[in-house]
Design a protein around this ligand. Structure first.
Ligand SMILES: NC(=O)N[C@@H](O)C(=O)O
Length: 183
């Protein structure tokens, strides 16, 4: 991705736990060095905890398969989910995730916006209210696993497909910015 206009450019950086911390949690962190009751290793297998996912509801955790086909570097809209965390784990290729926190009024705080390259084997879990936009690193599409809240999915479909007011998400226009590869 290279910047193609005078719009503000946002460099795409590698995903690290510290850099993503303002927006949520990095997934794919290595096996813990210290003893951990949620970690197990054996010659045949390892498993270890990455995150305790919260939807903000008693139940309703949902797994989605999501295809991203937009690989354009320009971004003019951001989306947030008001109640639930949301995890994205790329399966068939890399995605670029633009993230922003919020001002006190809930609008995107673009001063701290950051873009992350998320490769297969990595993932992210966004906090509720984290503004985001996703781009496929390369066309035609990248398939991801998404963990979200079932009512948020239904609310978003009703909004996007039938124009119903969104109650669990918000989508806003932002001044155009361009995602720029750095390596
Ligand atoms: N399904 C769903 O919530 N999708 C959006 O959040 C998105 O960023 O892809």
């Amino acid at each position: 991705m290279t910047g193609t206009s005078a719009a503000r450019t946002i460099p795409v950086q590698p995903l690290t736990e510290d850099a993503f911390a303002p927006f949520g949690w990095m997934l794919g962190r290595p096996f813990p060095k210290d003893p951990d009751p949620s970690a197990y290793t054996h010659p045949a297998t390892d498993f270890w905890s990455q995150h305790l996912f919260r939807t903000g509801a008693q139940d309703g955790t949902e797994i989605l398969w999501v295809n991203y086909r937009n690989s354009e570097p320009g971004v003019t809209h951001l989306e947030k989910h008001l109640f639930t965390e949301q995890a994205i784990v790329p399966l068939t290729g890399s995605v670029i995730q633009l993230m922003a926190t919020s001002h006190a009024d809930g609008s995107p705080d673009m001063a701290g916006a950051a873009a992350f390259l998320i490769a297969p084997g990595q993932g992210i879990c966004m906090r509720p209210g984290a503004w985001h936009a996703t781009r496929a690193l390369r066309s035609p599409e990248v398939r991801c696993l998404m963990l979200t809240r079932a009512s948020t999915t239904r609310d978003l479909v009703a909004h996007l497909a039938a124009g119903q007011p969104a109650r669990e998400s918000a989508i806003v226009e932002i001044p155009r910015c361009e995602l720029v590869a750095t390596s």
